[in-house]
Write a protein that binds this ligand. Structure first.
Ligand code: MG
Length: 254
């Protein structure tokens, strides 16, 4: 069941989204060779504490039955697609890191992700990052009242594949509101005529994940970290978006 948000709900989601955006900007500025993913995580947790927000990823139950997620952020490097666990790993020149972060503030959630190059990266990897962000923006453009949700999915898949990249199938975007994960699922692939008709008050976390090689992924033995099956690099961008009468509003805009 899709829960429609009131104007007041969306006002509170703006505040949650703004916090997520500010923390991601801070983390982005800290991404350099030599920093550990654990240090980035500690920064995000400290910001939550300072602002009275709950880092919702922390202790998130493991759908595979393993341990709950231990971090406030997901840090996924190179061939890691999503759900990488922050820790002792040191970032090095040429890596790319996707940082995914979500909070609950004043009863509402915000969720967003960015992929950041560490120093100089291969030009094809730069293209992967650029195209993934473009896919997100093209998907968001379709978040209009009256459109089927499939228009978002189709716009993302179309741009990814036109640029020679593949779209992850096993993980998808989601509705968001009082909970981080709500209906409907938001796939990054599929036919434009599929899915529910969008209307004012629907709020979505749209999050394309693009791979340089196969779209297939596997989960590592830690029961969290999702990697590409062929070891090719992967990028991920996400925004929380409200469907309004005058079109999409990005609540996590940086
Ligand atoms: Mg999400």
């Amino acid at each position: 069941m899709i829960i429609l948000k009131t104007r007041d709900d969306i006002m509170r989601m703006r505040a949650a989204g703004k916090l997520v955006a500010q923390v991601l900007s801070l983390l982005e500025s800290k991404v350099k060779p030599g920093i550990t993913t654990g240090e980035l995580n500690a920064l995000a947790e400290a910001e939550c504490l300072k602002r009275g927000a709950v880092p919702v990823f922390k202790n998130y139950p493991n759908p595979r039955g393993g341990r709950p997620f231990p971090g406030a952020i997901c840090t996924s490097i190179n061939e890691e697609v999503v759900h990488g666990i922050p820790g002792k790993r040191v970032l090095k020149e040429g890596d790319i890191i996707s940082i995914d972060f979500g909070v609950l503030l004043d009863g509402f959630a915000g969720d967003a992700a960015i992929t950041v190059p560490v120093g100089e990266v291969d030009p094809q990897v730069t293209k992967l990052i650029k195209v993934t962000e473009e896919c997100l923006l093209r998907g968001i453009q379709q978040a209009q009242p009256g459109n089927r949700l499939g228009r978002i999915s189709n716009a993302i898949q179309d741009w990814a594949e036109k640029n020679g990249f593949s779209v992850v199938r096993e993980y998808v975007g989601h509705g968001i509101g009082r909970n981080m994960h709500e209906d409907p699922p938001v796939p990054n692939y599929g036919r434009p005529e599929r899915g529910p008709v969008l209307e004012e008050g629907i709020t979505l976390a749209i999050e394309p994940m693009l791979n340089m090689g196969t779209h297939k992924v596997i989960t590592k033995i830690d029961d969290w970290t999702v990697v590409t099956q062929d070891g090719s690099y992967s990028a991920h961008f996400e925004h929380t978006v409200a469907v309004t009468s005058h079109g999409p509003e990005i609540l996590t805009l940086r």
